[in-house]
Design a binder for this molecule. Structure first.
Ligand code: TYC
Length: 120
């Protein structure tokens, strides 16, 4: 597991092993391993039909980018086929995907986006 974040240890209440008849009690020291939550990137996909202006507007509105940044991201998607619009916790990323897909569907555009774990 060389690529994962080093685990932190949080003390847990000790596990008590009952007296097994010899008058001794064993307290087992235990720790809880914790990790920072995994992050998810929202990736938007290119298509041949969604207007560039609509994509820029969506990136500005749902990913809080200014006009210049949104335009750069849109052009990167247009050229490379896909691009990352933002990185969030899993739930927030899923909400962004829903918002984008909903806005695209309401406007009658085939724009697609997905969320995926940030590669480590
Ligand atoms: N390729 C589209 C066009 O030429 C523009 C576009 C950019 C569409 C990014 C989707 O995610 C996208 N109108």
């Amino acid at each position: 597991m060389a690529t994962k974040t080093p685990k932190k240890s949080t003390p847990l209440a000790p596990r008590v092993q009952e007296d097994d008849g010899d008058g001794t009690v064993v307290l087992e020291r235990r720790t809880q391993k914790t990790r920072p939550p995994s992050m998810y990137q929202v990736v938007m996909l290119n298509d041949d039909y969604t207007p560039m202006e609509f994509v820029v507007m969506v990136i500005q509105e749902f990913f809080s980018k200014d006009l210049e940044t949104a335009t750069q991201i849109m052009l990167q998607i247009h050229i490379d086929g896909k691009g990352v619009c933002g990185v969030y916790s899993r739930d927030v990323a899923a909400t962004k995907v829903d918002q984008v897909m909903d806005a695209a569907q309401k406007a009658g555009h085939p724009l697609q986006c997905v969320s995926e774990p940030v590669p480590t």
